[in-house]
Design a protein around this ligand. Structure first.
Ligand code: S3P
Length: 168
């Protein structure tokens, strides 16, 4: 039994995931951190030196290693569910929970952030809007449950996920 958190950058997957793992006495794994450890490089440097395609290949490849995990909360990079093969794998790995945040919430968390290469251009807010349009249907399709996180505290969100998991 695992819990997989998906959603846009800045939706709180890592923060919620850590709190959830702590409450449930599960392990915690963040795919971005895992990739950075493996590559010995920050994600922004992977994008800058090897490109996004290479990063997506790393995501695809590490996902294959997570199939034998148990009692783990896995926080995924925001772009990981864009690939169909990844979506299928996520569903096999565990209950997939989409942390759904609106554009204002995301901007509050992402404004001034320098760690996300996809938002490094001239108009990061517009980029968020464009990516959201493209990705919301994919996140919905990839998930078993959708949780709205706007204006909510971490504790409330984790409690809701715990309830879902316990009744599943
Ligand atoms: C990305 C999200 C990031 C990271 C990379 C690409 C995306 O992870 O994987 O910068 O395509 O949405 P977070 O969602 O943890 O920020």
């Amino acid at each position: 039994m695992n819990i997989v958190l998906i959603g846009f950058m800045g939706s709180g997957k890592t923060t919620v995931g850590k709190a959830l793992a702590n409450n449930l006495k599960f392990s915690f794994l963040d795919t971005d951190e895992y990739i950075e450890e493996r590559a010995g490089m920050k994600i922004s440097d992977i994008f800058a030196t090897q490109g996004e395609k290479y990063f997506r290949e790393l995501e695809r490849s590490i996902l294959g290693e997570l199939t034998d995990r148990d009692h783990t909360v896995i926080a995924t990079g925001g772009g990981l569910p864009l690939i169909e093969e990844n979506r299928k794998r996520l569903k096999k790995i565990g209950k997939v929970i989409y942390l759904s945040a609106n554009e204002q919430t995301l901007w509050k968390h992402l404004e001034g952030d320098c760690s996300r290469p996809l938002l490094a251009g001239e108009n990061p807010r517009k980029k968020i809007q464009e990516l959201l349009l493209e990705r919301i249907p994919i996140y919905r399709q990839a998930s078993d449950y959708c949780i709205e996180v706007d204006n909510r505290c971490i504790d409330g969100i984790t409690k809701e996920i715990e309830k879902i998991v316990k009744s599943a």
